[in-house]
Every structure is written in C-alpha cells, then in structure tokens.
Design a protein around this ligand. Structure first.
Ligand SMILES: O=C(CO)[C@H](O)[C@H](O)COP(=O)(O)O
Ligand SMILES: [Fe+2]
Length: 226
C-alpha cells in the first residue's frame, strides 16, 4: 500500500487511437489506467462500455481501474468483470443497494471501489468500509474532464483518511488533479491520483514528462512515489 499511484484517465485520450494511447501512457510510466464509463443518464455524457475495455485489456498489463458512472449498475457488473477490469468502482449515489453491488464485484474476484460525488457526505461509507478496496472522491462533478478541482473536497479526503484507519483501502481522487493540486491532495491523504487533462496534455511526446511532473508534485507533499 506504499506510494502514490498515478492513474491517467483515457477520457482525455484520442478516442480514435485508444490502444496506441494506452500503450503510450504505460510506456510513459503510468501506474494504472483509469477508464471512465458514462451512460448519459447518471451523468450528462456518454463514453464507452465493456467492449472497449476488453479491447484494451491485451494492450497493457497495468491495473485497469474502471469508474462506473452508470445507472442502473448491477446488471452490468459481470460484463465489466469479464472485460478484464481489475478495480470496479460504483457510485454511492447509484441506488439503494450499494452493499449488494460491492458484494457482486468481490464475488467476481475484482477489487471493489465506492465513489462519492462532491455533495455526498463521507458517512455514506460507514457501513461498507470492510467491503471495499478503494474509495474514489470525485473532486469535480462527474461527466467531463478538464474541470477545476473543488477545494471543499480536501476536508472530505482528510475525514475519509481518518475513517480508513489501518484498513488496506486506497483513497483515490479524481477531477482537476494537476501538479498544482496534487500536493494538497496527497497531504490530505489521497494516494491514487487520477489525471485526465494533466496527463494527456501536449500529446504523446509529453506523456512521460507529464507523469513525472505529477509524481514530483505528489512526492513534494512528503509521499514516496512508486
Ligand atoms: O471521472 C471523471 C469525470 O467524471 C474523470 O476521471 C476526470 O474528470 C478526469 O479528468 P481531469 O483530470 O481532466 O479532471
Ligand atoms: Fe473517473
């Protein structure tokens, strides 16, 4: 559990060349690949489904970190597990049966994550802490890349770090993560940084520098980068 994980979000990749973009990010030093699944219902945007994730699975051995922004979610969990996802994260706001969704993910042999929208209180996690491997704090309103980090989420990150205690749960922060915001996020207790626009900006020749810059920013907060 040591070290900060850098997880570029392919939401900011060139969708016409997703395989090549994923490989380039892996070669550039990414730790995980973050995949944003949106349905145009839970969030006002549509991206891709398990077919695209299955197509990317042979491209990299990195952890595929799947962020499901879809409702309903339960009917699709098995398909995302079969697609080759390693971590499957569902939203607490998704419906009344969060615990059931998490049980289903773990029963399929995958790591289970819970995400909270910016307005959702951390108490939503209280009764599932022993059923999860990852908590994802949305630090922008979900749906789009390139938005600004919402500073109020730093208090939530701190509160969740307290709640986690000695449990082996990763605390992921997603939205507006840049070399400027990363130090505060890591200081507050985040240990997985999702970066879309900050990781992909400038094109493939810049990816290694972008990742290195995020890693340096995280380390400047006193964390040990992996
Ligand atoms: O879940 C997401 C949006 O709903 C994305 O992972 C997130 O927005 C990443 O993009 P950026 O780093 O540009 O903010
Ligand atoms: Fe995401």
């Amino acid at each position: 559990m040591t070290g900060v994980v850098i997880a570029p979000s392919i939401l900011s990749a060139d969708f016409a060349r997703l395989g090549e973009e994923t490989r380039a990010m892996a070669d550039a030093g990414a730790d995980w690949i973050h995949l944003d699944v949106m349905d145009g219902h839970f969030v006002p945007n549509i991206t891709f489904g398990p077919g695209v994730i299955a197509a990317l699975r042979p491209v990299t051995s990195l952890t595929l970190d799947v962020h499901l922004m879809i409702s309903p979610v339960d009917p699709y969990i098995a398909a995302f597990a079969e697609s080759g996802a390693d971590v499957i994260t569902v939203h607490a706001e998704n419906g009344p049966h969060l615990h059931r969704s998490l049980q289903a993910i773990r029963a399929l042999g995958k790591k289970a994550g819970v995400s909270l929208n910016p307005a959702t209180h951390e108490s939503a996690l209280q009764y599932v802490l022993d059923d999860i491997d990852l908590i994802l704090v949305m630090s922008v309103n979900p749906g789009f890349g390139g938005q600004s980090f919402i500073p109020s989420q730093l208090d939530k990150i701190r509160a969740i770090r307290e709640m986690i205690g000695r449990r082996a749960i990763r605390l992921e922060v997603d939205g507006g993560v840049t070399p400027l915001t990363a130090p505060q996020i890591v200081e507050a207790g985040g240990d997985v940084l999702v970066a879309g626009s900050a990781a992909f900006r400038g094109g493939q020749l810049c990816y290694a520098d972008n990742i290195a810059e995020l890693r340096r920013a995280a380390a400047s907060a006193g964390a040990i980068a992996v």
